[in-house]
Design a protein around this ligand. Structure first.
Ligand code: ZN
Ligand code: ZN
Length: 374
């Protein structure tokens, strides 16, 4: 049924560039030449050539077979009896069986989905629609400082890629896939349910619409091989541990002219021995002496880029107190964070006699005891 509906719309003689009265020999000769010229080997990445290649294969599937050619000629003589079809998003195809021959419904559904093919617009009868490639996940461990600063790096991946021997056609070089006989090259088969007929992917060809007689030795006919790939990428500044970066179009190859998937880079950030991160701020702990804490001081504070900055602490600074150094944190697209400095007061150990005497003098001079308020 479905193949015959296509037959009304498709002039296979024109597709193969032959007269309707052509001999079987002329048809085969013309098909071979076209298949050679349009073969994906010769036109890598050319979606138009690929589509034509499939149309030629579908046409030859019918005209190259005496029985089918007779049927086709008969159907073409009788003219269309049932009409419109449409194709929904994602290659889901539905047909309107015996409703009417005007194509009105097809146009209605076509405009609803934005890409339906009415009978007058020459719907593509071969294969399924373009399919996007799979997303590929890769892991990358980056240094703490590189994660803050941003980094250009090269990822080395072993992943699915278009087969380099057959350029994704799946056929042994020098041979060409032919249209799948089970689905007439459409990649889908119809399932009649009352007034509507729904389509599901063809089980024989797995939805590709083609049959491969001589599979490519490299990929065994899948059109895909595992390959080492290098992907150069730039990590933005301020990426976080556990974050996933999406690199568009660098994932698995698309099929039938579809776009490639994305590469998802999952990041692990190695900890820094001194600095840590809190949102857009960096944190660091700096020891100070009891005298600096009591009397106040200008202390040197390290920053992630290596240079140190001076932080003024007030007299009476407590251990564990936090101090902000503006603009020395994490650069992000909405600005730059701060460096949060936690000071710890070091209590002297192994006092010599002079130091012990000085502290005892301090105790004598002090009038308050911190436990008094408890
Ligand atoms: Zn191959
Ligand atoms: Zn099939």
């Amino acid at each position: 049924m479905a193949a015959q509906r296509d037959w009304f719309e498709k002039d296979y003689y024109k597709t193969l560039g032959v007269e309707q009265a052509a001999t079987a020999k002329e048809i085969t000769k013309s098909y071979r030449k076209l298949a050679r010229d349009l073969h994906p080997d010769k036109n890598p990445g050319d979606a138009v050539a690929e589509e034509k290649f499939k149309e030629v294969a579908a046409a030859y599937d019918v005209l190259g077979d005496d029985e089918k050619r007779k049927e086709y000629d008969e159907v073409r003589r009788m003219g269309p009896m049932s009409g419109a079809g449409g194709q929904g998003p994602g290659g889901f195809r539905f047909n309107f069986g015996d409703m009417d021959g005007s194509g009105g419904l097809g146009d209605l559904f076509g405009s609803m989905f934005g890409r339906g093919d009415g009978p007058g617009r020459g719907r593509s009868s071969t294969g399924v629609g373009p399919r996007r490639g799979a997303d590929i996940t890769a892991h990358l461990t980056v240094d703490f400082k590189d994660a803050i600063d941003g980094l250009s790096t090269t990822l080395y991946l072993t992943a699915d890629a278009q087969c380099s021997t057959c350029h994704g056609s799946g056929a042994k070089p020098g041979t060409a896939p032919t249209a799948c006989a089970a689905c007439g090259g459409r990649g889908v088969v119809d399932d009649n349910q009352g007034m509507f007929s729904f389509s599901s992917p063809c089980r024989v060809c797995g939805g590709s619409g083609v049959r491969i007689e001589d599979p490519c030795p490299t990929c065994s006919g899948t059109g895909v091989e595992q390959r080492q790939r290098e992907v150069k990428t730039r990590l933005p500044s301020g990426v976080k541990d556990g974050q996933t970066i999406r690199v568009k179009g660098r994932g698995g190859p698309g099929r039938n002219g579809g776009p490639a998937g994305d590469l998802l880079v999952e990041l692990t950030v190695t900890p820094h021995p001194r600095f840590a991160r809190s949102g857009d701020n960096l944190t660091v702990t700096v020891p100070i002496t009891f005298a600096e804490a009591a009397l106040g001081a200008d202390i040197d504070v390290p920053t992630l880029d290596g240079a140190s900055v001076t932080l003024r602490i007030k007299p009476g600074t407590q251990t564990g107190s936090r101090h902000r150094v503006k603009g020395k944190g994490v650069p992000t697209k909405h600005g730059i964070g701060d460096l949060i400095v936690t000071v710890t007061v070091q209590v002297p150990t192994d006092l010599n006699d002079d130091q012990r005497a000085a502290i005892e003098q301090l105790v004598t001079a002090s009038s308050t005891n911190p436990q008094d308020g408890i």
